[in-house]
Write a protein that binds this ligand. Structure first.
Ligand SMILES: [Zn+2]
Ligand SMILES: [Zn+2]
Length: 149
């Protein structure tokens, strides 16, 4: 494919999600690969709309249903994770080995949601006796570096 995302950022050294995958439940179709390429190129969690526009900027067009299905499949496969900010819009990014735990930074000015490295597996919150935590999602709210300038 010749529509590689050219955006790079400070995190481009991070290990990327797998770019090839074949499982019993499906294959890595061009649409799925396009979505992974876009998500691997940024640490921003992107909405459907943002993924769609980036794909179009890269010369790839797919209809909304194809995009939704591709994202659903990538989430089920554990290649992509999703997070909702205060606007309740789902945002997606690739799962990198370093952020198996979900931690995000939400900028209250520009609305961007960024994936953060979070390797601390011990919760800073104690749960009542008898409760068993299955997963945690940490959302930090504040002002991102770009907006702070
Ligand atoms: Zn911001
Ligand atoms: Zn994330």
């Amino acid at each position: 494919m010749d529509h590689h995302q050219v955006t790079s950022d400070a995190y481009s050294e991070q290990p990327a999600a797998p770019t090839l995958l074949a499982t019993s439940t499906g294959r890595l179709t061009p649409a799925r690969q396009t979505v992974i390429d876009i998500l691997n190129a940024t640490r921003q969690a992107l909405t459907h709309h943002e993924i769609e526009s980036q794909a179009r900027a890269n010369g790839v067009r797919f209809d909304r249903v194809t995009l939704y299905r591709a994202l659903d499949w990538l989430v089920v496969q554990g290649i992509v994770h999703k997070v909702a900010a205060e606007d309740r819009v789902w945002r997606f990014n690739a799962i990198r080995s370093s952020n198996a735990e979900q931690a995000h930074f939400h900028c209250t000015r520009c609305g961007a949601v960024e994936c953060l490295d979070h390797t601390e597996t011990r919760l800073p919150i104690r749960t009542p006796a008898g409760y068993k935590v299955e997963r945690s999602e940490i959302m930090l709210h504040g002002v991102c570096a770009a907006c702070a300038n």
